[in-house]
Design a protein around this ligand. Sequence first.
Ligand code: PMP
Length: 445
Amino acid sequence: MSNSFRSQEILQKNKRYIPGGIVSTNRTVEPSLVFSRAQGASLWDVDGKKYIDYHAAFGPYILGHNDEDVNLAVVKVLQSGSSLFGSGTNELEGELAELICQSIPCVDSIQLLNTGSEATYQAIRLARAQTGKDHIVKPQGGYHGWHNDVAMNLMTPLDKMGPYVSPGEYPSAPISAGIPAEHASLVHAVNYNDLASVEWVCQQYPVGAMILEPILQNIGVVKPMPGYLEGLRALADRFGFLLIFDEVKTGFRHALGGYAAVANVSPDLVVYGKAVANGFPLAVLGGKREYMDLFVAPDPAHRVLLAGTYNGHPVPVAAAIATIRKLAQNNGEIYSRLDALGVRMEEGLARIFSQQGITASVVRQCSAFSCYFMEGRPRNWHELVSQHDFALDLAWRRQLVERGIYFLPLPVKQCSLSAAHTVQDVDYTLEQAAEALAAVRQPVM
Ligand code: PMP
């Protein structure tokens, strides 16, 4: 495997002052390439080697890297004398709020934050304040950020999960040290696509919220079965918990109205990040007015604290306005284009697996796709972790990276197309995908 010399040199140097040498430790992969430039659908490493990018920095780049309209909006706001005033409101944040609320049917009003983790934190706090109930349900295999309320039960190893559970919950499996046991005991992980388990948890504990990615996109692309999201809506109404859609990955990627609009299910609260500002750091918490208004409840005992020095910084706000306006052009025709590219990729990959006699399925939603080396499509993490060929997945991705196709070299990570990808990019990727697969399947001499 090629670990470029210069990349290695930079990593070793950075280890002196950064633990592990890398900021944000989930960026640690092998090969550990150092990238220095990106444009559109392409990345270049420090040796000048070019890659077609399907990682999209964990998802934000729906328009591609360095989009000129987004860049222009950012430059304009910097040159305008706008700044972070930290006092009162301003026209820019009002413009973005109006744009988002008009684009997304389930959102009456919004607040702005910097990261998805901050936004899910605030959503859960709102739900607890509203319902007076502290327990939370989340799907096993969902990711909602790094904080104590949610940093658990993501890619839990099979031996820590035990046998398939339904109805019921999986053992608590924090993904970080330092989470107090009291916090973990308030979070209940259930199979995705399993309504009976949500009902079971609600019968055992006072549940204030269920938070979920409407499509599990931190373990590839695991889709809701017909009736699942509607069933959760009905359970929320029946048991009196708030339904929170974490659309940090799905929002603005699959449709302007998010996956809630695609599925036609209304959550109580919803969180966006990533694609909303095409790579600039912004997150949005939105939802029904009666819950959002808890941030300004007249009675301080019921008011939820929302404060952040950098919330609504004009640079990401300008980037988001430009991104959403571009996504909305011509009635959102960009999404049809992304879907067509996605179909071409999905069909091409499925053909390759079939031609090479590999048991696999390709799961896709618009521009996001993932390949599973197993029989059928996974319905939840338990099925995935017990059946997917992780070793083949990783070996294939590393071969692809060698060949200039950047699928993040970690198993079951979602791949993302952007509006900057072309049909030629997809066709070239498919050629390389076929050769890479044949190469990793050759017996070792
Ligand atoms: N929710 C989901 C669905 C995510 O994918 C992520 C990040 N991968 C987060 C929340 C947290 O967002 P951030 O990394 O911006 O804190």
